[in-house]
Design a protein. Structure first.
Length: 577
């Protein structure tokens, strides 16, 4: 089941309005060009994406992007201007030769095609023919080929509008026309021109012979029934017919040069989520993942699913037995329903999941109505007889079918998900994953990482599963580091922020090892203990810097006082008379 097989009317009703499926789903009315034009007019915001991208296989949207490889024209050495100038002796003929070769070849021509064209006309120019005649022949051929290979948008279409005045007949001419219309001679029953043309066509057809049947290798390979179910073969025929229908006008034609490669834009099946389901059935998407995983994560859901399927089967069997007992007027005893705890917690198999989906949808869309229907039959004498009958139908059948298709696509996505598949297949992987996600302390994460490493060494975990668990552990480390502090850590942070040097020394002693087991820091998880130690070191550094600054200020004051005292000292020397 794929997204391109979903009903377009159901998608418009239940899918999100911004779904990319609407942009790449073209309604089919039998006229490809008309359908494309209407689709472009409705999705004019996606016009550029629709013209640049292509849908491959009805499920993948790709586009052509320029690669690292140089274009084919630059890789052909005999088409370089240097080589052409050396052949012709002047740059004008060389430029014209390169331009003509480009116009003769198609825009996406490969390297060998350009080399063949250039080699052929080089031989023509080196023969006895005149170079100007060869270039003229190339130019004319290039003009004709450009009209074939160029797109409609690249061609210039000139149109001249002229007005033709109305010709009015005179009264005498009008009278002559009316008399001629009354006396028209009868037309001949035979049409010699048409009959002669048809006879010529029949002659051509009769003389035609077929030497061998046309063999399409692509069709034979694509439509092969080897290893395919009937639905897959029917889907291949439908896609092949659609491709043949749209290929003539190039709507889905996807051509690339040697310097281009494809790039996947989006996968239509991957865009399907639980939002595409009707509101009443969206909880089934979560239950689908749980019954797929099973074990400790989805064990209860798997038990409930198996219990639901068993009870529905018993109810259906009891209904059949009850009707049979009523018809025979015999006693009927209902079957005792089993308990949910009697069933396994292992994940459900694919067939069990599909059966569970069908029974759930039967229970959700159980409404039935009686409608009148017309029936026709043939009587004994061959006449048609019409009569009315009452028919019980499900009015929500289309919605039920759409929901089933969406759930099948979600089941296929779940099967392609590596993480969910590992949770389903390996109980060790699931237990370690749960231990990582439930961890509230980084010390527990470190121990779990050691357990995962030993499981890998013992071959109970593959390298890919071990790498996935390591990534989960790193994300859990980051999640714990970004959590808000607990009340105990918050109070300790306030105490540290107001602490002096003596208090800092005490906290260092109390928080280290088992010096003071009663201190609140020893009840915190490891990541909060690291935060507390980091805050304590920062506070200690700030206090030390403040003490050093104060000590430097005191030394500067003492130095300034000594300098001032020396400047104010006056020395008196007695004078001798």
């Amino acid at each position: 089941m794929s997204a391109n097989q979903l009903s377009l009317s159901a998608l418009r009703e239940f899918a999100p309005s911004n779904s990319p499926l609407f942009a790449y789903r073209i309604a089919s009315s039998g006229s490809p060009m008309n359908d494309w034009a209407q689709h472009i007019s409705v999705n004019n915001l996606f016009r550029r994406e629709l013209e640049e991208n292509s849908v491959l296989g009805g499920s993948v949207v790709v586009r052509a992007v320029e690669g690292d490889e140089t274009p084919a024209l630059e890789r052909v050495k005999i088409l370089s201007l240097t080589y052409a100038t050396r052949v012709f002796g002047n740059s004008e003929d060389a430029k014209e030769f390169v331009r003509c070769v480009k116009s003769i070849a198609e825009p996406q021509a490969a390297q060998f095609e350009l080399e063949q064209i250039a080699s052929h006309y080089y031989r023509e120019c080196r023969s006895e023919r005149n170079v100007s005649e060869v270039l003229k022949e190339m130019a004319l051929l290039g003009m004709e080929m450009t009209r074939v290979t160029a797109s409609v948008n690249d061609l210039e279409i000139e149109a001249t509008e002229t007005e033709i005045g109305e010709i009015k007949l005179t009264e005498r001419d009008e009278k002559r026309v009316r008399e001629a219309q009354k006396n028209l001679p009868p037309l001949d029953e035979s049409a010699p021109n048409f009959e002669a043309e048809m006879e010529f066509v029949r002659t051509k057809l009769s003389r035609g012979t077929i030497t061998k049947a046309a063999y399409d290798e692509f069709a034979a390979f694509y439509l092969s029934d080897e290893g395919k179910t009937l639905d897959e073969l029917d889907d291949d025929f439908r896609r092949f017919d659609a491709q043949e229908q749209f290929d003539e006008d190039g709507l889905l034609g996807f051509r690339m040069s040697g310097s281009q490669h494809t790039e996947v834009v989006l996968e239509l099946d991957g865009e399907i989520t639980a939002e595409y389901l009707p509101t009443d059935t969206q909880p089934l998407a979560k239950l689908l993942q749980l019954v797929f995983v099973g074990h400790e994560i989805g064990g209860r859901a798997a038990q409930a699913a198996r219990h639901f399927v068993a009870c529905r089967k018993i109810e259906n069997a009891d209904n059949v037995r009850a009707r049979e007992a009523f018809r025979r007027n015999a006693p009927f005893v209902e079957t005792v329903m089993p308990k949910a705890s009697e069933f396994s917690i292992l994940p459900l198999k694919r067939d069990e999941i599909l059966e569970w989906i069908d029974l759930n949808l039967d229970a959700l869309y159980s409404r039935q109505v009686v409608r009148s229907a017309r029936r026709f039959t043939t009587g004994k004498n061959g006449e048609f007889i019409e009569f009315m009958v009452n028919q019980t139908v499900n009015p929500d059948f289309d919605e039920k079918q759409y929901t089933s298709q969406i759930l099948q696509i979600l089941l296929e996505q779940t099967g392609r998900d590596f993480h969910l598949t590992a949770l389903r297949r390996n109980a060790v992987y699931q237990s370690i994953y749960l231990r990582i996600r439930r961890a509230k302390d980084t010390a527990v994460l470190s121990q779990t990482a050691e357990i995962a490493r030993r499981a890998k060494d013992e071959k109970r975990l593959s390298l890919k599963e071990y790498t996935a668990l390591s990534t989960v552990a790193k994300s859990q480390f980051a999640r714990l580091a970004g959590e808000r502090p607990s009340p105990a850590l918050y109070r300790l942070e306030k105490e540290i922020s107001r602490a002096d040097s003596r208090k800092i020394g005490y906290l260092k002693w109390a928080m280290y090892g088992t010096n003071c087991p009663a201190h609140p820091v020893h009840s915190l998880p490891k990541q909060e203990v690291q935060k507390a130690w980091g805050l304590l070191k920062n506070r200690d550094q700030v206090l030390k810097q403040a003490i050093e600054a104060e000590r430097g200020r005191q030394q500067q004051l003492q130095f300034n006082r000594a300098s001032a005292a020396a400047a104010q000292h006056v020395r008196i020397t007695p004078a001798n008379h």
